[in-house]
Design a protein around this ligand. Structure first.
Ligand SMILES: [Zn+2]
Length: 263
């Protein structure tokens, strides 16, 4: 149990993150194993069956996770476990927590009761406030990222554009180069994994960085942007992907995105 954290954000499809939350609950409460879980002790079995008193699930009511539900678990989290070693709270669709709800859980995440673990499940980190993100260990359970490799000259120019180091005519040249690429989506995917890496760097998350070879650039961007700005850029990249998928003009989409990045 030594490397369990007090709060997690599990990012990815619900099926995957739910499984991961169950694993964390078992690891925290297993009676047989100190490192991991056994799957056959009383606690592991109860957790698997969904009848464990110290595993509490919170789900959205209507379109949001309400502050009342969050207040209930915060109060409960200061009490001793009923039958296990740790109380585990799983918040489904955590991105649907109202701002009020997020602010109220924030205080508990800052000074968490030692007997409690909070697990936030989300498919979309966008609506979770940065202060909450920074208090949690972010684990991604999405499909592995596809890795893209571009030639060095192209990547150097791209980084120069992002980091505002290029002159106007260099930007135009670079844009022309992108316009002539066959696989423009690859550029978007690459940018998407790059900024995801920046977010990983900013939140001190234990998630592996996809683009390890560009660690210096990732650190550099992470130092220049705050979490909100990184999330905004990730949002912009996602919107560009959606725009292009819905048969929008690839060049216009990319041009607008690059404009936003080099601002
Ligand atoms: Zn067990």
């Amino acid at each position: 149990m030594h490397d369990l954290f007090h709060a997690y954000i599990l990012l990815g499809p619900l099926e995957e993150t739910q499984k991961e939350a169950i694993k964390i609950a078992k690891t925290a409460n297993c009676l047989e194993k100190n490192d991991g879980f056994c799957d056959y002790c009383k606690n592991c079995v109860k957790i698997e069956k969904g009848v464990f008193a110290d595993l509490v699930e919170v789900k959205p009511e209507g379109s949001s996770v309400k502050i009342e539900s969050i207040r209930d678990i915060i109060f409960d989290s200061y009490l001793s476990p009923v039958e296990g070693k740790k109380k585990v709270y799983v918040i489904y669709e955590a991105d649907k927590m109202t701002l009020e709800a997020q602010n109220s859980i924030l205080k508990t995440l800052e000074e968490p009761p030692s007997q409690s673990i909070f697990i936030l499940l989300s498919e979309n980190i966008k609506n979770i406030i940065p202060t909450v993100i920074s208090r949690c260990r972010v684990i991604e359970r999405a499909k592995p990222f596809k890795k893209y490799t571009f030639d060095k000259d192209f990547v150097d120019k791209l980084f120069k554009v992002i980091m505002e180091g290029s002159l106007p005519h260099e930007k135009l040249d670079f844009f022309n180069q992108i316009t002539n690429l066959d696989d423009k989506e690859a550029v978007l995917e690459f940018l998407s994994t790059l900024y995801r890496d920046v977010l990983v760097a900013k939140t001190n998350s234990k998630v592996k960085i996809v683009n390890e070879e560009y660690q210096d650039v990732i650190k550099n961007i992470a130092n220049r942007l705050c979490i909100e700005e990184v999330l905004k850029i990730m949002d912009k990249i996602n919107k560009t992907v959606e725009y292009i998928k819905s048969r929008g003009n690839e060049n216009i989409g990319l041009f607008n995105l690059l404009l936003a990045l080099w601002r």
